[in-house]
Design a protein around this ligand. Structure first.
Ligand code: ADP
Ligand code: ASP
Ligand code: MG
Length: 411
């Protein structure tokens, strides 16, 4: 008997037929004698629909109320899946975050899980019931509903796997694993059998939405392997796990893109100590994450241009804050560009190979794509480019690094 944690994403529970299918899969594992917690997302499109509804009413809906609203999608699916399980003769219980004490901080819409009280889940298992848990949601110390950011059900599932000491967290979705790039935009994408936590962390944070970044952070911290599988096929699967000696150390394992980026440039900033602090503190005070930053060298030693990126979601808010600071920063002007995107290559093998970044730059330039900003880490290189070239960029990089074959090329 094992503790099994499964998570089913929105498309997997997108219709009554699909919910019945998922119930059948869960029932099979239950009948093998396992303790099962199933985490579910809202039906596909439902969270987007709720967000649109809020935007029709208010241009800047209060984050606390947004969470009360968007968390309802998961309440629907846990009830429906539980009904379907009961119809199959499987005892089951739907559980909202407050009922199993998924405690978070109060950063509405991007809350972080702080602790989970596993007692109720354990009681559910002791009563031989399947626990059907609402993903994406949490509860603050004061009893307010929070949500964990888009795609947050992955994190709910991995956090449950961690606290329950499960050997594996199974994530069921509409693709049969993690690919070298988004299989929906690149037909040469190749499924990876295994990927390290570090690579998956980079891929997720750079745009591969197949797993939410925080779920991978949790998995790495508590050493919970994640198995990404297709709900509707037994084939394939990708295991995200710690690096081991017989893992292939691909130079480049994957290409990712993120269209949710926007660029802000402040022209003629004074080139003196304290200016960056003055600029970025109000942004972080307003919960705006800044991603890439570049400041050019001033030719006269007095003034420089400074560019940085934020998410498109935060763009308007960030522009407003920066515009209000122009005179205080001694700057000339501020210009924004929300039509950019970030394209990245990721791979642990980069640590020991030279020439990877230059190969990326050459490949992009070979199809006339201009690079606006660059950032690197030990295992990734990212470039900001015009949003309209993203799909072309992904394809050309996939080809340049020969990702359709095993063993990626450098030179
Ligand atoms: P779910 O609703 O099951 O959580 P998501 O839509 O959040 O599913 O994530 C699955 C999607 O992630 C796929 O349909 C695919 O388009 C996208 N995706 C992006 N990058 C990758 C990648 N490298 N490998 C697999 N899927 C990816
Ligand atoms: N329903 C939420 C979303 O669409 C959470 C999730 O699907 O993981 O972002
Ligand atoms: Mg998802």
């Amino acid at each position: 008997m094992a503790v099994i944690i499964q998570k089913y994403g929105g498309t997997s529970v997108g219709s009554p037929e699909k919910i019945k299918f998922v119930a059948g899969k869960v029932a099979k594992r239950y009948r093998e004698g396992n303790d099962i917690a199933v985490v579910v997302s809202a039906m596909s499109g439902e969270t987007d629909k709720l967000i649109r509804l809020a935007k029709e009413l208010s241009s800047s809906p209060a984050p606390r109320e947004m969470d009360v609203l968007v968390s309802t999608g998961e309440q629907v699916t846990i009830a429906l899946l539980t009904m379907a399980l009961k119809d199959l003769g499987v005892p089951a219980r739907s559980l909202l975050a407050f009922q199993i004490g998924i405690k978070t901080d109060d950063a509405y819409m991007k809350a972080r899980i702080q602790e989970i009280d596993v007692d109720l889940l354990k009681k559910t298992f002791a009563a031989k019931e399947v626990a059907v848990v609402a993903g994406f949601q949490g509860i603050t110390e004061d009893g307010d509903i929070t949500t964990l950011g888009r795609g947050g059900s992955d994190t709910s599932a991995v956090a449950l796997a961690a606290v329950l000491g499960a050997e594996l967290c199974e994530i069921y979705t509409d693709v049969d694993g993690v690919y070298t790039c988004d299989p929906n935009i690149c037909n040469k994408a190749r499924r990876l059998d295994k990927i390290t936590y570090d690579e998956m962390l980079e891929m997720a944070s750079l745009g591969a939405k197949v797993l939410q970044t925080r779920s991978v952070e949790f998995a790495k911290k508590y050493n919970v392997p994640i198995l990404v599988k297709s709900t509707f096929s037994d084939e394939g699967g990708t295991l995200t796990t710690k690096e081991d000696s017989d893992m292939e150390k691909e130079v480049v394992s994957g290409i990712t893109y993120d269209k949710n980026e926007a660029k802000i440039t402040i022209l003629g900033v004074q080139d003196k100590p304290g200016v960056a602090a003055k600029l970025f503190s109000p942004l972080s005070d307003n919960n705006i994450n800044v991603d890439m930053i570049i400041q050019n060298v001033s030719s006269d030693g007095k003034q420089a241009d400074l560019s940085f990126t934020v998410t498109k979601t935060d763009y308007d808010k960030a522009m407003k804050i920066v515009k209000a600071m122009i005179s205080d920063l001694g700057a000339r002007d501020v210009v924004g560009d929300p039509s950019i995107a970030k394209i990245s290559i990721v791979g642990v093998g980069m640590r020991s190979h030279a020439g990877v970044a230059s190969k990326m730059f050459s490949a992009l330039s070979s199809v006339g794509i201009n690079i606006q900003m660059i950032s690197t880490s030990e295992i990734k290189v990212s470039c900001v480019i015009d949003e309209k070239f993203i799909e072309l960029g992904v394809r050309v990089l996939h080809e340049a690094f020969e990702l359709d074959k095993t063993g990626s090329a450098v030179a």
